[in-house]
Design a protein around this ligand. Structure first.
Ligand code: CAA
Length: 289
């Protein structure tokens, strides 16, 4: 039996990534219900939707009708049952904690319709670690967006050994309808494609800083002006979140036991000081205004 078309999307976790993923889906014509256990995060996500869409209209990048219809299609609720009970696909974008994700997927498995696909936007937790918490492992996969999700075109669709071909095809087609450029990873690998390459760059930048070769600003200047990257590694760390990169390194280290995978001293220092980048007002740069 083939599955019904995806019409309704539920985004769980309206923080750093989820608030923009939800809007991407609403702008592509889907009905979207966003939910978060933290009411402040949810209300910030709703305010962002208003201000982003207004901003696009006043900048002349979107007509008022398109903005209004997208806004009408997206709603925000703290009740996961309301958000997920009629979803055709759930995109989970909560914090990177495996135990919490497993708990959430087990709950979603009970709440969502039988045909609903359960996708995780995790940056490094492969879905085979989460899928056994559900009774539908064939409909579980990674669907990984990049920050800022409204701007970055790439989406990684990662097929685990449990994920059916049909799920991968449907998620790939869905990502295309979001006006994204999806790629399929045919097997799970830590960090997927992009974060493996990115981590190599970030680690090298942190190493050059740690051994006193150059400061953050000059390393960023080098990468932007010589390699043509839109922003340097330290600005990018501030954008994606120092905390996220710290956890990426720690998880990798736990897996491999290789000291080279441990977070660099500067990353640890920033993490401990809670200087996590844009979201905390200071990271490698200041964001006071
Ligand atoms: N949210 C939504 N839209 C944003 C935005 C944000 N946070 N920041 C910028 N934009 C939009 C702007 O509105 C603008 O749109 P228009 O041109 O259509 O008006 C456009 O992006 C360009 O913005 P700016 O002119 O203000 O700034 P910029 O040209 O310097 O671009 C940037 C900003 C898009 C962030 C760019 O610097 C960039 O592409 N940086 C690299 C980002 C990147 O590498 N992301 C991947 C991170 S890795 C990751 O995400 C892994 C993970 O697992 C989390």
């Amino acid at each position: 039996m083939s599955l019904p078309d995806i019409q309704e999307v539920c985004v769980v976790g309206a923080g750093n990534m989820g608030h923009q993923i939800g809007l991407c889906c609403a702008l592509a014509g889907y009905t979207v219900k966003c939910t978060d256990v933290d009411r402040q995060t949810l209300s910030q996500a709703e305010k962002f939707a208003d201000s982003y869409l207004e901003g696009r209209v006043s900048k002349g990048k979107m007509d008022a009708n398109t903005a209004k219809s997208a806004r009408d299609r997206i709603s925000f609720t703290p009740e996961i049952e309301i958000a997920a009970s009629s979803a055709d696909i759930v995109i989970e974008a909560i914090i990177e904690n495996l135990a919490l994700k497993k708990q959430l997927f087990a709950a979603l498995d009970k709440i969502c319709p039988e045909h609903c696909i359960l996708a995780t936007n995790s940056s490094y937790i492969v879905s085979s670690k989460i899928a056994p918490a559900t009774g539908r492992p064939d409909k579980v996969c990674n669907l990984h967006f990049f920050n800022p999700a409204l701007v970055m075109r790439l989406v990684e669709v990662v097929q685990g050994p449990h994920t059916s071909e049909e799920t991968v095809e449907r998620v790939f087609a869905f990502a295309g309808k979001l006006n994204k450029t999806p790629i399929i990873l045919k097997k799970e690998i830590y960090g997927f494609v992009v974060n493996r390459i990115l981590t190599a760059i970030l680690n090298e930048a942190l190493y050059l800083h740690d051994i006193g070769v150059a400061d953050c600003h000059d390393i960023d200047t080098a990468v932007v002006n010589a390699l043509g990257h839109p922003m340097g590694p330290f600005k990018l760390l501030d954008l994606v979140g120092v905390d996220l990169q710290y956890h990426v390194c720690m998880e990798r280290y736990k897996d491999t036991g290789d000291k080279l995978d441990m977070p660099s001293p500067l990353l640890v220092e920033k993490f401990v000081k809670k200087e996590w980048g844009r979201k905390s007002g200071v990271g490698f740069y200041r964001y006071d205004e």
